[in-house]
Design a protein around this ligand. Sequence first.
Ligand SMILES: Nc1ncnc2c1ncn2[C@@H]1O[C@H](COP(=O)(O)OP(=O)(O)OP(=O)(O)O)[C@@H](O)[C@H]1O
Ligand SMILES: [Mg+2]
Length: 320
Amino acid sequence: MAPIIRITDLTKKFGNVTAVDHLNLEVEEGEILGLLGPNGAGKTTTILMLATVIRPTDGTATVGEYDIRKNPEKVRGLLGIAFQEPKMLWVSTPWDIVNWHAKVCGLSTEERKRRVKEVLESLEMWEARHRNVHALSGGMRKRVEMAKVLIQRPKIAIVDEPTAQIDIVGKHRIWNMLTELRDEGSTIILATNELYEADVLSDRVGIIHRGKMLVCDTPKKLKDSILGGDIIDIQLEEAASPDIFQELKKFKDVVDVLQLKPFNLRIYLNKVEEVIPKIVNMLTKKDSPIVSLRMTEPSLDDVFVHYTGLTIEEAQKSGE
Ligand SMILES: Nc1ncnc2c1ncn2[C@@H]1O[C@H](COP(=O)(O)OP(=O)(O)OP(=O)(O)O)[C@@H](O)[C@H]1O
Ligand SMILES: [Mg+2]
């Protein structure tokens, strides 16, 4: 089956900043495609080009059978979008906004009444439905933005950081709703800088850094692609000396060692049970006390580190 979205060399420059840099990606019908990247990676810019809100500097994309440059109105007809920063200046209450949106989407009076209540209730916005949107918290405004997409059930839903500022219970609700939307047949593009959100929700994750797509695959395959199946995080009492670093790298089953912070080492390795005692021995001999030692599974952050040499948190800081 042909992909429902095909992005080809998509590029956007703002002056001398290249926000999106020859991005290529295919999105299959019916999948949740996560775009994971730190602040400033180019996720929102990519999404806004797909939604025909801003024009590409170079390259293009087809959405359904339509080109975003040649048929922007047709493209918009296929999409529902929840913006990262909702603009809500034109009507005054959550109920008004969602009800108006349901009207525009062509829901009958009967169905509109039922669905608006259902969606606002499930997002825990029913009680607040008549409050002025300007008096709502950031998280509540995000919920209203999300309600629009859930009411519309578009062929392609684009959600930009859908759970930013939302509490953990709310996040789980929204994740469930997005999964249901996918199961009902929508294709979903999810932009996020939250590793966990990308991991639990996405069928495939594309990792974006500095406007480029580094890799795109299922979360499992991405994690399996990390060399060495096991990870140990060690915190030392003092900064690790270059000597310790070299000794660790010498162990046969150790694949890589990263110094995340002066006191923190992350070791990628095989046969963790066999290697741990050797590591502990070596550190004892070197008189370098261990504060904590933790075995972990590879996460998408390790995939990010693998491709960029930075954790997402570090990339976040350098991008701001
Ligand atoms: N309208 C604009 N004018 C100038 N520069 C812009 C504009 N919009 C985005 N940028 C720049 O483009 C780059 C990508 O920004 P973008 O908003 O796409 O990142 P993002 O991945 O969505 O980040 P975040 O996680 O913070 O939402 C950044 O360097 C940003 O400063
Ligand atoms: Mg963004």
